[in-house]
Design a binder for this molecule. Structure first.
Ligand code: HEC
Length: 595
């Protein structure tokens, strides 16, 4: 194991800092439901024309006031001109106001008439399902919420203290909302963050009578099983299990935050590629809404006897019965803590004849500490290949990350395993405080049928870049022009800690271009292949370009050392820039496949 003490300590300290932030964030749904200092979760509300819209789409300025109103409530009406005045005074400073009506008895027509009479100019939206109202625990028709640019709630309560039901002061002596607006404008803490707003009490509609009631048994268990449990179950890479009601409820505040940020399930392709890749992990929008709604409703259990059955994770291989399983003989002792450099394991194959690999699946022995396994082949009689250059021209077999789908090629297509070649596994271990012994395995199914098309892999790489110290957005490009008609099956971008974003762009011979994959937020921890649902045909002469960006500044928390100039190299404090491509060369006049 090659460990560079200084840099590793830095890197380790950074991870501790990140962890601390994660663990000590106050729970988003604490029992007091105050929500001050928390991010507003997006919910669907309805326009007066009956359109369902996202509330946060209206949050386009520097500050955002959510002001509850109600038709017929005397003091809600009195506060309308005051809100208009605030808009006049602070609109130029980026203040936006949205009115929210959560009274199911106030129809859109009634609200429209009311707005007209009161001279309200800001948009008023309906929350008749009360999803927002439950999230904010809004109780009266004059309560306001001040939300800052980052979407964090900074003040809740009355606009000022002039009116209460049945009485009024001559003048407001405490202008809470305006004071809070001024503090937020100056990036200062808000002095009084919470007051009790007067007004008419909003009648709460039980969730049963609004939408279908969401409980753990009716929806949530299934959603968590489909999207999270592949990793979040005992002895897997997810740091805790989400296999019971108690654990999902206990983690709900964190679950809320990771699904809002799209951090979980991990999947880094840009949203416009949703549906493009076989192995995508994406929480469907409907499931995301159901989860948010359930959390906002205090996570009802439902009836245990109605729970869907536990998902079974077979210990069998998902590629079917393998013809051959290779195991790393000696294995590796994973330390309890620190950063472990990539480990390489060579496994000789002893076939006398070439074999054709129809399907492959890599598996960790200690799955809770293995973050990825890459498999390559090398010719033991050829020139020695440096670990950093494995698979550059060819010889890459597959990449596997936890919870991923295995590599299975369509019938008639396979990867070649030349007789006598050696398999090399590259394994990325992430320590978790517990010592582990790992022995990885690689299983293969060979093709019996004659193989019509060989699946090859090449790296499109740049070996000569020099990333300047401190550069937050350094661009590196590489390209390859295919000399034959080619079909692309999968893509896998590879960079290290400074990797920031990645794109594959095809430049067609007719001068048009198309982005095949965009990873706007590259994450070193998720080294994965993107396997296309539908192969993409590139006519001969197409240039495939890779565009990488690196963040070598101190803003990149995992940067081992922002003061270094960084070049290509195998160690994690060096960098890589390799765009792997799985492809088939189409025979002349042969099948064109789908595009
Ligand atoms: C492919 C594996 C995988 C899947 C699927 C997955 N997680 Fe995770 N999860 C992890 C790993 C690994 C971590 C530890 C942090 C890391 O390495 O990114 C983690 C961390 C978390 C954390 C802690 C906060 C954090 O960011 O570290 C939460 C909360 C979480 N996951 C919730 C979920 C939920 C909810 C789902 C499903 C909607 C889900 N995860 C799906 C692997 C997974």
């Amino acid at each position: 194991m090659h460990i560079h003490q200084n840099k590793l300590m830095k890197c380790f300290r950074h991870s501790v800092a990140i962890l601390a932030i994660i663990i000590f964030t106050p729970p988003a749904w604490s029992s007091t439901k105050d929500r001050i200092g928390e991010k507003l979760a997006d919910v669907k509300v309805t326009t007066l024309d009956g359109q369902a819209v996202n509330l946060l789409d209206y949050h386009t300025g520097k500050m955002f006031v959510i002001a509850y109103t109600g038709v017929g409530c005397p003091i809600a009406g009195r506060y309308a001109p005051r809100l208009e005045q605030l808009l006049k005074d602070y609109g130029k400073d980026g203040l936006h106001i949205i009115g929210i009506n959560a009274n199911p008895q106030d129809t859109a027509d009634k609200v429209r008439d009311d707005i007209k009479e009161l001279g309200i100019t800001f948009p008023v939206l309906l929350d008749h399902h009360q999803q927002l109202t439950r999230q904010l625990d809004a109780k009266t028709t004059t309560v306001v919420f001040l939300v800052d640019k980052a979407g964090v709630i900074r003040y809740r309560g009355m606009i000022d203290n002039q009116y209460v039901l049945g009485a009024q002061r001559h003048k407001a002596s405490r202008k809470y909302l305006e004071k809070a607006i001024r503090s937020v404008m100056k990036s200062k803490p808000v002095e009084v963050t919470r007051t009790a707003a007067p007004g008419c009490v909003i009648t709460r509609i039980a969730p049963e009578s609004t939408s279908e009631r969401i409980t753990y048994s009716s929806h949530i268990k299934r959603i968590i099983q489909d999207n999270c449990v592949a990793c979040h179950r005992p002895k897997q890479v997810g740091p805790f299990s989400l296999t019971s009601y108690e654990s999902v409820r206990g983690w709900s505040a964190m679950i809320h935050s990771v699904i809002m940020d799209r951090r979980m399930p991990p999947w880094n392709a840009a949203p416009e590629f949703d549906g493009t890749f076989v192995n995508e992990r994406r929480l469907p929008e409907k499931d995301k809404q159901a989860l948010l709604d359930w959390i906002a409703n205090d996570m009802p259990r439902g009836h245990e006897e109605e729970d869907p059955p536990d998902k079974k994770f077979s210990r069998l291989w998902r590629i079917g019965k393998p013809d051959k399983v290779y195991t790393v003989k000696k294995g590796f002792s994973v330390p309890a803590e620190g950063v472990v450099e990539y480990q390489y394991f060579s496994i000789p194959t002893k076939f006398k004849k070439d074999k054709w690999i129809q399907a492959m699946e890599a598996r960790a022995g200690a799955a809770d500490v293995v973050h990825h396994i890459l498999a390559f082949i090398v010719d033991p009689n050829g020139p020695r290949t440096q670990n950093s250059k494995l698979g550059l021209e060819d010889g890459y077999l597959c990449a596997s990350v936890p919870g991923d789908t295995p590599s299975i090629f369509p019938k008639g297509r396979a990867k070649k395993l030349p007789a006598g070649h050696t398999i090399v596994l590259q394994v990325h271990y992430t320590t978790n405080g517990k010592k582990r012994k790992d022995k990885c395995k690689l299983a293969m199914v060979f093709s019996d049928d004659p193989v019509e098309e060989e699946v090859r892999t090449r790296g499109i790489y740049n070996l000569t870049f020099k990333i300047p110290p401190g550069d937050p957005d350094y661009e590196v490009r590489s390209e390859h022009t295919f000399k034959e008609d080619t079909q692309i099956l999968g893509l896998y971008p590879h960079m290290h800690f400074r990797g920031k974003s990645w794109k594959y762009v095809a430049h067609y011979p007719d001068d048009t271009k198309k982005t095949l994959l965009d990873v706007p937020r590259f994450d070193y921890n998720w080294q994965e292949s993107y396997i296309l649902n539908k192969p993409i045909t590139l006519p001969k002469g197409t240039k495939l370009e890779c565009i990488a960006h690196f963040d070598n500044s101190d803003k990149n928390l995992v940067n081992p050392d922002p003061t270094e100039e960084v070049k290509f190299g195998e160690q994690s404090w060096e960098e890589m820039m390799i765009g792997y491509v799985d492809y088939i060369t189409l025979a002349d006049g042969g099948s064109q496949g789908t595009d």
